[in-house]
Design a binder for this molecule. Structure first.
Ligand code: BG6
Length: 490
């Protein structure tokens, strides 16, 4: 579907997210010919750069994030020709006149304000846009995560932004929802009959969702120190993956149909009690160690770090969903920085066979397991038991692999490319609604309060490992193991 002509204003245009993700995504879509010829990309920031200076910054900081195979001097120049840089103070409405001058005053155009800024500024920016008459009915606003620090601040952002923009104009982004594999999970669940009858407590033993990163916090210490893994990853990315895995079949892929079902999952999450807060949540922070064979410092010794920091770089949680479908099925969620590997996956483990008819004992049968891999390469793996060739009846685990890159040799799209196109099309399915956001904070908030009050330090884990031993103990108490612990030694 061809895009309507648009003006896209990128607040935080010179920031880290723009350089790493947004500019490369817009470049890619421009190169693919998706952007209408007269569409404008207006980057806004505090620095008093000229257009030329800003383009030089893009050249230095954004260009290296574009895969070399996709980069040609012509395509880069054509992209840069669309960009305008405007210096303004987002907190001062008086400086917005420069923006007003370049925005086209045509109600038939789409106008997008992408706020790649601290959430503490969202309300103020929206107010300023309204005060300057820039928030028109053809406008959309994109809000980057994390939206708030807790339930109260998230509610306040929703309220303040809601005074300026209608819910149908608000795009709360969670880039995990734009990942190919997450969409494939929808396809897998609702485009096949095979899994749906088994997708319930009678057949599923547990679900594990892991987002592990080998990277540390890099140059984002300022942000990360006040955020931590719970706010940065768990409240949004992991809970959204849980929702897509656990939700009931929506009526369609229309935005509210999907968001209604996700909301039901969030509202069915069993609230924490003092006992489950102590038992079912693990908070860790990395100490010095080795990642990919290279020494890395402890979190508290990273550049700009607080040497007494209590910020968690790892969190593992056991969640339970109180519904007929999922009652009694644990969902283990974990995420961390400086872990043993970089991967994101959802592991659905089925129950063990009830009885072995073979000479092998029942316990030697590995339960079936479906792995939905988001990263590094998206794909599916189904673990089955199969007979080993030759004489005799000996069963061993075997795998069915589906590698999406191999299977569909079509060009890939980064999550941000897809989500930006959806914003420009006005398609809200992959964005969070205000009630979803608040329900996610409501579930997470007792963990935050508990940590504030208990005064305990995060448990230290060695960089380059799978997190604190307490994380294995969390799942081990239920007689289970994280997937990598259960894999046979190679
Ligand atoms: C972001 C977090 O939302 O997601 C980062 O703020 C994290 O801390 C990133 O590194 C991970 O995203 P991806 O797509 O690289 O797995």
């Amino acid at each position: 579907m061809a895009l309507n002509d648009f003006d896209l204003v990128l607040f935080g245009g010179g920031g880290d997210l723009s350089m790493r993700k947004l500019i490369p995504a817009l470049y890619a879509r421009n190169r693919a010919g998706d952007l209408p010829p007269t569409a404008q990309l207006i980057c806004v920031g505090r620095h008093p750069w000229s257009n030329e200076e800003f383009l030089a910054t893009l050249n230095e900081n954004a260009k290296p994030n574009i895969p070399a195979a996709n980069l040609t001097p012509q395509a880069w120049d054509a992209f840069c020709a669309r960009i305008r840089y405007i210096s303004l103070d987002a907190t001062d409405a008086a400086t917005y006149s420069a923006l007003k001058d370049v925005l086209r005053d045509d109600p038939a155009l789409t106008r997008v304000f992408y706020l790649a800024m601290s959430p503490t500024l969202f309300a103020q920016i929206c107010k300023n846009l309204a005060a300057c008459g820039l928030a028109t009915p053809n406008s959309r606003v994109v809000l980057e995560k994390p939206l708030g620090r807790d339930l109260a601040s998230a509610k306040q952002i929703n309220q303040e932004v809601g005074k300026v923009f209608d819910e149908s104009q608000i795009f709360r982004i969670d880039h995990y929802l734009g990942k190919e594999a997450v969409q494939n999970l929808l396809a897998l669940r609702f485009g096949n009959v095979l899994f749906e009858p088994l997708w319930r407590r009678e057949w599923i033993s547990d679900v594990q969702i892991t987002i592990a990163e080998e990277l540390g916090v890099g140059n984002r210490m300022g942000y990360y120190e006040s955020s931590g893994a719970l706010r940065d990853m768990m409240q949004n990315h992991l809970l959204q993956l849980l929702c897509i895995t656990a939700m009931e079949p929506p009526l369609s892929v229309e935005a509210d149909a999907v968001r209604d079902e996700k909301l039901k999952v969030l509202r069915s999450l069993k609230p924490f009690t003092p006992t489950t807060l102590a038992r079912n949540v693990v908070r860790g922070q990395y100490r010095a160690g080795h990642v990919e064979g290279k020494p890395v410092p402890a979190y508290r010794s990273e550049e700009g770090a607080n040497p007494d920091s209590m910020t968690e770089t790892f969190v593992a949680v056991k969640a339970e969903i109180d519904t007929w479908r999922w009652s009694g099925v644990p969902f283990y969620l974990r995420t961390g920085k400086r872990m043993a590997d970089s991967l994101a996956e959802i592991v659905v483990r089925f129950k063990a066979i009830p009885h072995s008819i073979f000479a092998q004992p029942t316990g030697s049968f590995q339960p079936n397991c479906l792995v939905i891999r988001l990263q590094p390469d998206d794909g599916l793996q189904l673990n089955l038991m199969a007979k080993t060739p030759g004489d005799g009846m000996r069963l061993k685990p075997a795998e069915l692999e589906l590698d999406f890159r191999e299977t569909f040799k079509t060009p890939r799209m980064d999550a941000y490319e897809r989500l930006l196109l959806d914003v420009l099309r006005g398609q809200l399915t992959l964005f969070m609604r205000s009630d979803e956001l608040e329900a996610a904070w409501e579930w997470v908030e007792p963990i935050l309060r508990h940590w504030e009050q208990d005064g305990n330090d995060p448990i230290l884990y060695t960089a380059g490992t799978w997190g604190p031993a307490a994380s294995s103990a969390l799942i081990g108490r239920d007689g289970l193991q994280w997937r990598e612990e259960a894999l046979p030694e190679t």
